[in-house]
Each structure stands twice: as structure tokens, then as C-alpha cells.
Design a protein around this ligand. Structure first.
Ligand code: HEC
Ligand code: HEC
Ligand code: HEC
Ligand code: HEC
Ligand code: HEC
Ligand code: HEC
Ligand code: HEC
Length: 282
């Protein structure tokens, strides 16, 4: 039995997102019965072990609807609902591809400890999104990981994949990665200071926070996409009007550029927006 990923665009998901990774996934169910052994990816041949719960077997999403009716109903619109089981013994393992096999949870009448909740640990997401473990292990990352890479958190506790992604309905990247206002809201829910509103706005923010930040993790402080002036110069081009002189935004920056990053003390410290002036210095 196999689990196929149907890569046709979502009915609901606005503009199609670039498909960077898997086109098809197979969930191979080993032996007789429904003991899942492997998930493999056809495009790069990677093989993953699916979530397991000792003593539990896969029962299919329909059984979940007895008690979680609304989630099962709305799940049809979710990115991950396109993972479909096929074959003779097939059950639709949609819910269980993240929550693990549900037989014990069902027979116990819904005891929490009998099922995996990815809010407590990202391990179940990493089973298929292997590259994300590496991104969250970078020196500057959102505090999502458990164990040795877990970081001290001063701003309100550990966060989970589910704080920025929707597992149960609609596009998993909220807004489908195209609605920038939605990204703005997602990040701004926790980072109210950067969200504004400001008297003097920086138009760059309208392009979304991920214009400048890597949302999972980065080698650069503050999870920046670039560690130097290149972060800004991709929009604010340098103009060399006279030999040796560098102009940015109509201002002579010849000596300024070697004083540090554009957002160093005394320069454009208020990159997100300012209440004082349009030059975004304070
Ligand atoms: C017989 C009713 C019933 C069925 C069937 C059922 N659940 Fe539940 N489920 C519950 C109840 C009740 C809770 C709340 C448990 C609690 O808060 O202690 C729950 C909680 C959960 C939780 C959250 C656990 C946590 O850590 O708080 C998840 C995830 C879950 N169910 C997934 C599923 C999935 C997936 C299926 C289908 C395979 C399923 N449930 C089938 C009754 C059910
Ligand atoms: C892509 C992985 C994924 C799939 C597929 C998935 N879930 Fe979840 N589920 C999660 C995450 C993540 C959470 C924690 C949500 C949070 O952090 O608020 C969760 C939480 C839950 C909870 C706890 C209550 C709640 O709403 O937070 C229930 C119940 C649940 N899921 C049921 C289901 C059912 C039923 C299905 C299938 C229709 C399903 N899930 C499919 C990832 C998934
Ligand atoms: C059984 C494997 C599997 C599991 C487990 C899984 N995913 Fe996915 N996920 C996929 C596949 C396949 C896609 C579609 C990839 C594509 O469109 O190229 C996907 C897509 C996504 C996307 C959208 C990618 C895009 O470009 O639009 C996000 C975000 C995502 N997953 C997050 C999660 C999170 C968070 C969890 C854990 C709660 C999780 N996934 C668990 C297989 C999985
Ligand atoms: C702080 C918010 C945040 C958290 C936490 C987060 N993500 Fe994301 N993720 C995003 C945003 C924003 C995008 C879309 C922008 C982009 O493509 O860079 C994204 C894109 C993705 C994508 C699709 C594009 C890609 O990079 O492959 C996947 C898959 C994904 N995330 C998985 C995860 C998993 C798994 C976790 C938890 C281990 C997680 N994310 C936690 C914000 C977050
Ligand atoms: C659920 C709350 C939450 C959401 C949503 C969230 N963050 Fe964060 N963010 C945090 C926490 C917690 C930290 C770690 C703060 C610390 O370690 O002191 C953090 C750290 C950061 C930092 C580094 C701050 C520093 O001082 O080094 C940046 C940059 C950042 N987040 C950007 C984003 C962006 C961009 C998004 C949206 C894609 C986002 N965050 C969504 C909670 C969140
Ligand atoms: C034009 C590029 C740019 C955009 C767009 C941007 N940031 Fe930043 N952000 C920066 C820079 C540069 C820093 C580092 C400032 C410093 O170190 O003094 C930073 C720092 C941060 C910090 C650390 C605390 C601070 O203010 O220094 C957080 C949190 C943050 N950004 C969140 C966000 C959020 C949320 C969004 C979207 C609403 C966003 N950023 C959009 C460039 C940007
Ligand atoms: C996504 C494109 C983009 C990025 C990246 C970007 N900006 Fe901007 N910025 C703009 C736009 C658009 C304006 C408004 C039009 C203009 O003044 O050029 C603007 C305006 C400004 C202004 C106000 C100019 C004035 O006098 O009114 C300053 C200062 C500025 N940006 C600094 C920065 C710095 C510093 C960075 C890097 C941390 C940065 N920008 C990154 C697009 C961007």
C-alpha cells in the first residue's frame, strides 16, 4: 500500500507556491495488517520512518470524525490532505501521518497521552521535513527545538511549528505564502514592536518580514538573510555618479558604508519604521 502526494494545486490556495521539495510520497505499509514501516520520497529517494506509537495501529481519518468532526470536515482544504493512501489495504491515514496511529487513542475514548501532539515536539514534522531540523539548528533560530539545541527564551516561552503554520485547514504556509498581510499578522502577533504602526513607515515591511529575516533560522544574528549592507542594497542600489563616490537614495554614502552595517548605531537603527523621521535613524 502506498501514500501518494497529489501535487495538483489546491482548490483554495490562491496562487500556486513553488514546489521546492516533494512531489510524491509513498507510505509503504509492511506485511499483513497496517504496520507502517517506511515513507519514501520519489523525487530524491529519501526514506523516512513515520510516527510510531507502541502497540497502536493505523485506523484512518474517518474514525477521528466521531469526536473531532469539525477538524476532519475542514481538513479537506489543508495542504497535507493531499497525502493520500492507495492500495488494497488502504485507509486514509491523513490525520495519523502527523499524530501517529490512532487505535489506542480511539479505544481509550480519547486519552491525550495515547496520541502524538506536534505542539509538544516538532519531531513528527521533521520526519518528512528533514531540512527543517537543520534550519532550526543554525546559531540564530526560533526556539522550536528540544534538547541540546534548545535556546533560552525570554519572550514568552517555546514556540512550535503550529504557531506559524496551519495544519488543519487551508494552506500550511498561512496565506499561501502570497498574502503578505497574513505573514505580517503572523509575526506581528508576537513581535508587536516591529509591526507598527509607525509615523514614518519603511515600505520594505510591506513586502513581508521574510524579505529580511529567515523565519526558521539563520547563520546571521537576528535571523537576518544577509549579515551586511547587501540586505538593504538589493532594493536601494548604489550609484557611482563620480569616480570613488557612492550614492544611495540620493545621499553621499562614500564614507558611511565602512562604518558598519546600515542599521549600526547612529545610522538607520529604526529599520522597521520610525516615529521621529523618514531617514529611519531613531
Ligand atoms: C472516542 C472519541 C475520540 C476519537 C475517536 C478520537 N479522539 Fe482525539 N481526543 C478525544 C478527546 C476527548 C480528546 C481530549 C483529551 C484531553 O484533553 O485529555 C482528544 C484529544 C486529541 C488530541 C490532542 C491530544 C493532546 O495532546 O492534548 C489529538 C491530537 C487527537 N485527539 C487526535 C485524534 C485523531 C488523529 C483521531 C483519529 C485517529 C482521534 N483523535 C480520534 C476523543 C477522541
Ligand atoms: C500536518 C500535520 C497534522 C495533520 C495532518 C493533522 N494534524 Fe492535528 N495537530 C497538528 C498540530 C501541529 C497540532 C497542534 C496545534 C497547535 O499547535 O495549536 C494539532 C492538534 C490537534 C488536536 C488538538 C486540539 C487542537 O485543535 O489543537 C486535535 C484534536 C487534532 N490535531 C486532530 C487532528 C485530526 C482529526 C486530523 C485529521 C483530520 C489532524 N489533526 C491532522 C498537526 C496535524
Ligand atoms: C507524512 C509526511 C509529512 C509530515 C509528517 C508533515 N508534512 Fe508538511 N508536507 C508534506 C508534503 C508531502 C508537503 C507538500 C510539499 C510540496 O508541496 O512540495 C508538505 C507541505 C508542507 C508545508 C507547505 C510547503 C509549501 O511550499 O507550501 C508546510 C508549511 C508544512 N508541510 C509544514 C509541516 C508541519 C508544521 C508539520 C508538522 C506539524 C508537517 N508539515 C508534517 C509532508 C509532511
Ligand atoms: C516563526 C514562524 C515559523 C515557525 C515557528 C516555523 N515556520 Fe515554517 N515557514 C514560516 C514562513 C513565514 C514560511 C514561508 C516563507 C518562506 O518560504 O521562507 C515558512 C515556510 C515553511 C515551509 C515551506 C517552504 C520551505 O522553507 O521549505 C515548510 C515545509 C515549513 N515552513 C516547515 C516548518 C516546520 C516543520 C516547522 C517546525 C519545525 C516550521 N516550519 C516552523 C514560518 C515559520
Ligand atoms: C508565537 C510567537 C512568535 C511568532 C509567531 C514569531 N516569533 Fe519571532 N521570536 C519569538 C521568540 C520567543 C523569540 C526568541 C526571543 C529570545 O530568544 O529572546 C523570537 C525571536 C525572533 C527574532 C530574533 C530576535 C533577537 O532579538 O535576536 C526575529 C528576527 C524574529 N523572531 C522574527 C520573526 C518573524 C519574521 C516571524 C514571522 C515569520 C516571527 N518572528 C514569528 C516568538 C515568535
Ligand atoms: C528591511 C529589512 C527588514 C524587514 C522587512 C524586517 N526586519 Fe526585522 N530586523 C531587520 C534588521 C536589520 C534588524 C537588526 C536590527 C539591529 O540589530 O539593531 C532586525 C531586527 C528584528 C528583531 C530583533 C529586535 C529588534 O528590533 O532589533 C525582530 C524581533 C524583528 N526584526 C522582527 C521583524 C518582524 C516581525 C518583521 C515584519 C513585521 C520584520 N522584522 C521585518 C530588518 C528587517
Ligand atoms: C524590499 C525592498 C527594500 C529593502 C530590502 C530595504 N528597503 Fe528601505 N525602502 C524601500 C522602499 C520602497 C522605500 C521608500 C522609497 C524610497 O525612499 O526609496 C524605502 C525607504 C527607506 C529609507 C527612507 C528614505 C527616505 O529618506 O525617505 C531608508 C532610510 C531605508 N529605506 C533604509 C533601509 C535599510 C537600512 C535597509 C536594510 C536594513 C532597507 N532600507 C532595506 C525598500 C526596501
Amino acid at each position: 500500500m502506498t501514500l501518494d502526494f497529489d501535487a495538483t494545486p489546491d482548490r483554495n490556495a490562491g496562487a500556486p507556491r513553488k514546489r521546492r521539495w516533494v512531489k510524491r510520497l509513498w507510505l509503504i505499509l509492511g506485511g499483513v495488517g497496517l504496520a507502517v514501516t517506511l515513507i519514501s520520497c520519489a523525487t530524491n529517494r529519501a526514506v523516512f520512518a513515520p510516527p510510531q506509537i507502541p502497540g497502536a495501529t493505523f485506523v484512518g481519518s474517518e474514525t477521528c470524525s466521531q469526536c473531532h468532526e469539525a477538524i476532519v470536515r475542514d481538513f479537506k482544504t489543508a495542504t497535507h490532505s493531499r497525502l493520500k493512501a492507495e492500495g488494497d489495504n488502504a485507509v486514509n491515514v491523513g490525520c495519523e501521518s502527523c499524530h501517529g496511529p490512532g487505535s489506542l487513542h480511539n479505544s481509550s475514548g480519547g486519552a491525550a497521552q495515547t496520541i502524538i501532539n506536534p505542539r509538544r515536539s516538532p519531531e513528527t514534522c521533521f520526519k518528512c521535513h528533514l531540512d527543517k531540523r537543520a534550519e532550526f539548528s543554525l546559531p540564530y533560530a526560533h526556539p522550536v527545538l528540544d534538547g541540546p539545541h534548545g535556546r533560552p527564551v525570554s519572550a514568552g516561552g517555546k514556540i512550535s511549528c503550529g504557531d506559524c503554520h496551519q495544519p488543519h485547514h487551508g494552506p500550511a504556509v498561512i496565506g499561501g505564502g502570497t498574502a503578505l498581510a497574513t505573514e505580517f499578522d503572523t509575526c506581528g502577533r508576537c513581535h508587536t514592536a516591529q509591526r507598527g504602526p509607525f509615523v514614518f513607515e519603511h515600505e520594505a515591511i510591506r513586502e513581508g518580514c521574510t524579505t529580511c529575516h529567515k523565519p526558521h533560522g539563520s547563520v546571521n544574528p537576528r535571523m537576518l538573510a544577509e549579515r551586511n549592507a547587501n540586505l538593504c542594497l538589493k532594493c536601494h542600489f548604489q550609484q557611482q555618479t563620480t569616480p570613488g563616490a557612492i550614492f544611495i537614495g540620493g545621499q553621499d554614502h562614500t564614507t558611511r558604508l565602512n562604518r558598519g552595517t546600515c542599521w549600526s548605531a547612529g545610522c538607520h537603527e529604526a529599520v522597521h519604521g520610525s516615529h521621529i523621521g523618514s531617514s529611519l535613524r531613531f
